[in-house]
Design a protein around this ligand. Structure first.
Ligand SMILES: Nc1ncnc2c1ncn2[C@@H]1O[C@H](COP(=O)(O)OP(=O)(O)OP(=O)(O)O)[C@@H](O)[C@H]1O
Ligand SMILES: [Mg+2]
Length: 263
């Protein structure tokens, strides 16, 4: 479903601010794979997701979604295949539109313009049903402005919207990080549910190692723009936070001694 081959991305090349965010990264995901992504700040996790969503174009390598190389396809065009939820609860929804208008927009994503936001009774009923599954009472507030919702409610809505059109790839970038522990837990549970229901191929970035181990069927650790550790389903089942911390330490130690060796 997703095949990433040797992608590289350097920001501000040839300047003092040069940053190699992706460094020949390879990743292949089968349909229904749910990969959690961990790694320290600046490891290139968000850049990887941006390369898949089309927010940025890679310098080298290829990104293929369901067999189609999308390197030169705009973010707008890719939106048909890619669902996305960001860390910022404000990023995924339009605050001045109502819940039902936001849901309609999500349905129209990637479709030709001019279909309009008109809502049939049937459509409203469908929205109500889907909102009921969130168990946040939003089904009774279809016409409320989304700007009035709490962060957790908005993230839950974003998640529902991202999964709406059965995307080929679902991208989640620390989407529970801005929430209080209880809401984070709720959105985490919801994530698994929406992914399972749709059998969605999912890439989820998180700094929460317990969550990274618990969710999904594969786990990868990124460092300096590459995948430096990978756990398959069987390994992940036995994995502990301690194991991951050890991996982190080894990788950090290795780069430090490499640098020392290089003088
Ligand atoms: N648009 C950009 N312009 C310039 N540099 C960028 C841009 N986006 C990312 N970078 C740089 O690329 C590197 C990787 O950044 P990225 O945001 O992918 O890291 P991350 O793993 O998501 O980190 P975090 O855990 O802090 O979110 C960093 O050094 C960052 O400063
Ligand atoms: Mg990031």
């Amino acid at each position: 479903m997703l095949k990433i081959s040797g992608i590289g991305k350097t920001f501000f090349p040839g300047t003092v601010n040069e940053r190699r965010a992706l460094d020949g990264l390879n990743l292949e995901m089968k349909e229904g794979d749910f990969v959690t992504v961990i790694g320290s700040n600046g490891a290139g996790k968000s850049t990887l997701l941006n390369a898949v969503s089309g927010r940025l174009f890679v310098d080298t390598g290829t990104v293929a979604i369901d067999g189609v190389v999308v390197n030169r396809m705009s973010e707008h065009k890719r939106a048909r295949y890619v669902g996305r939820v960001f860390q910022d609860p404000l990023a995924g929804t339009a605050p001045n539109l109502s819940i039902e208008e936001n849901l309609s927009l999500a349905l129209l994503r990637g479709k030709p313009r001019g279909l309009g936001l008109s809502l049939s009774t049937k459509r409203r009923e469908e929205f109500r049903e889907q909102l009921t599954t969130l168990e946040l009472g939003l089904e009774d507030r279809l016409t409320a402005k989304v700007g009035l919702l709490s962060g957790g409610q908005r993230q839950a809505l974003s998640l529902l919207m991202a999964g709406f059109t059965n995307p080929k790839i679902m991208l989640l970038d620390e989407h529970t990080a801005a929430l209080d522990p209880q809401r984070a837990e709720l959105v985490t549970t919801l994530t698994q549910k929406i992914v399972d229901q749709g059998g969605l191929t999912t890439l989820m970035v998180t700094h929460n190692m317990e969550q990274a181990i618990r969710l999904g069927n594969r786990l990868i650790m990124m460092h300096e723009g590459r995948i430096v550790y990978e756990a398959d389903q069987a390994t992940k089942k036995k994995l502990t936070v301690r194991d991951l911390l050890k991996e982190f330490a080894t990788i950090k130690g290795a780069t430090l001694s490499d640098k020392a060796l290089l003088g």
